[in-house]
Design a protein around this ligand. Structure first.
Ligand SMILES: [Zn+2]
Length: 418
């Protein structure tokens, strides 16, 4: 949060209904819906739907008119993982007429600690098929559209064109910038969420409704090695539940046209302290996407923008190559740059533990004429270690691609995965 705090103004406020708020005012406020009136008027609630949504309908802020807006709505969830699970479950239950899901992954045992769309019986299945079955069970009346692909510069505009708003549950910077840019181009709200260990945040990016976009806050992505993802840093399983549900609430408010959407406001949640802090966000008039003179008018190469290509240029070897080197008794040192507690969980025989944070101070103890293979959990921290050692003048240093995870998958299944 330190980077965020430096560009934001903290504004802790409490919100109350203004005095004199009446049903008529609320009704007028409902006309701020992002769904067009023509589409809403074409939506008809069946007798069964009136019953299913009765707890919505009896609220004067929603009424059958608001429920028809939900039925007419088309919402795209990017990712059927930690954030996408609670968001999609509640959007389906709320009666969003068309729910799109983008994902390309398969359900893995490590997902189930937080990705509540999927169950133990779904391990190995496509996340989208698993999600569809669960969502259909919750609400068979809605349309579920599966987009089994990685959201890319080539497909994103076409996919987003079919929806009224986007709920971004992605877990990487390249997809966040892509999702942001495409939503700005299409003038559609982008409901943002992110989680990290015990903290999460959410906001609504909608320059067309007066707020900033993601690039107004973060013109440049962070260096790839500086920001670990959930697989590297961990996340409290229930945390994406809180943030994903807040995203679902914001999506529903935008569709029904009630309340104050989190446009220009970012909510930060700290699970350990149980605090919600609200930060006011400023729009940047110089923003290259939503500013006064935009310079980015179409999707760019987001992998390159976010430095993924740089990571790809680190010399690496596969786990199969490492096994062959071991079998041939080649001379090399295997260095494990994970933390000691990870070394306790699982290790590759013969590896020497030097946590990434100590690699530079201990580099002088290493023989420069030696060949080094460096590994970590998934290959990302070790790529950073290889980069650091090369800067120090080491020549024969290689990253073990896929880390100890790949070693367990392809070479030695007795090594525990975590
Ligand atoms: Zn912007």
């Amino acid at each position: 949060m330190s980077a965020l705090c430096s560009i934001l103004v903290c504004q802790c406020t409490t919100h109350e209904y203004p005095p004199g708020t009446s049903g008529a005012n609320l009704w007028r406020a409902m006309h701020k819906s992002v769904i067009s009136a023509e589409r809403v008027s074409a939506a008809v609630l069946t007798k069964e739907e009136l019953q299913r949504y009765s707890r919505h309908l009896i609220m004067p802020e929603v009424t059958p008119e608001g429920q028809k807006r939900l039925k007419a709505a088309r919402v795209l969830c990017i990712g059927a993982g930690g954030l996408g699970s609670p968001a999609a479950l509640y959007l389906a239950a709320a009666g969003v007429g068309k729910l799109g899901l983008v994902d390309f992954d398969r359900v893995d045992l490590t997902n189930l600690q937080r990705q509540i769309l999927h169950g133990t019986k779904d391990i190995g299945r496509s996340k989208l098929e698993s999600a569809r079955d669960r969502l259909r069970d919750i609400n068979p009346d809605i349309e579920i559209q599966l987009h089994e692909c990685r959201l890319s510069s080539e497909n994103a505009e076409r996919i987003v064109a079919d929806y009224d708003l986007v709920v971004d549950g992605s877990d990487n910077f390249a997809t966040r910038y892509l999702s942001n840019d495409v939503c700005v181009f299409a003038r559609k709200p982008n409901v943002y969420g992110s989680v990290f260990r015990f903290e999460g945040q959410t906001t609504v990016f909608a320059p067309q409704l007066g707020g900033p976009c993601y690039r107004c806050l973060f013109p440049e992505p962070p260096p790839p090695e500086s920001v670990p993802n959930c697989a590297q840093a961990g996340v409290l399983g229930v945390l994406p539940g809180v943030i994903g549900m807040l995203q679902a609430i914001e999506a529903i408010k935008l569709v029904v046209g009630i309340g104050e959407p989190m446009i220009g406001r970012l909510l930060h949640f700290d699970a350990l302290k149980v605090t919600f802090r609200e930060l006011k966000l400023r729009r940047d008039p110089q923003c290259p996407v939503c500013g006064e003179n935009p310079t980015i008018l179409a999707p760019i190469d987001y992998d390159q923008f976010c430095g993924a290509r740089e990571e790809a240029s680190i010399p690496g070897i596969s786990v199969q190559e490492l096994k062959a080197m071991m079998d041939a008794h080649e001379a090399f040192d295997l260095i494990d740059v994970r933390e000691p507690f990870e070394f306790e969980i699982a290790r590759i025989d013969g590896a020497q533990l030097i946590p990434l944070g100590e690699i530079l101070e201990r580099a002088d103890d290493l023989r420069r004429d030696q060949t080094f293979i460096v590994h970590c959990h998934s290959g990302r921290r070790s790529a950073e270690a290889v980069r650091l050692l090369k800067q120090r003048g080491f020549v024969n240093v290689y990253n073990l691609e896929g880390g100890i995870d790949a070693w367990s998958d392809f070479i030695d299944p007795t090594v525990p995965k975590y």
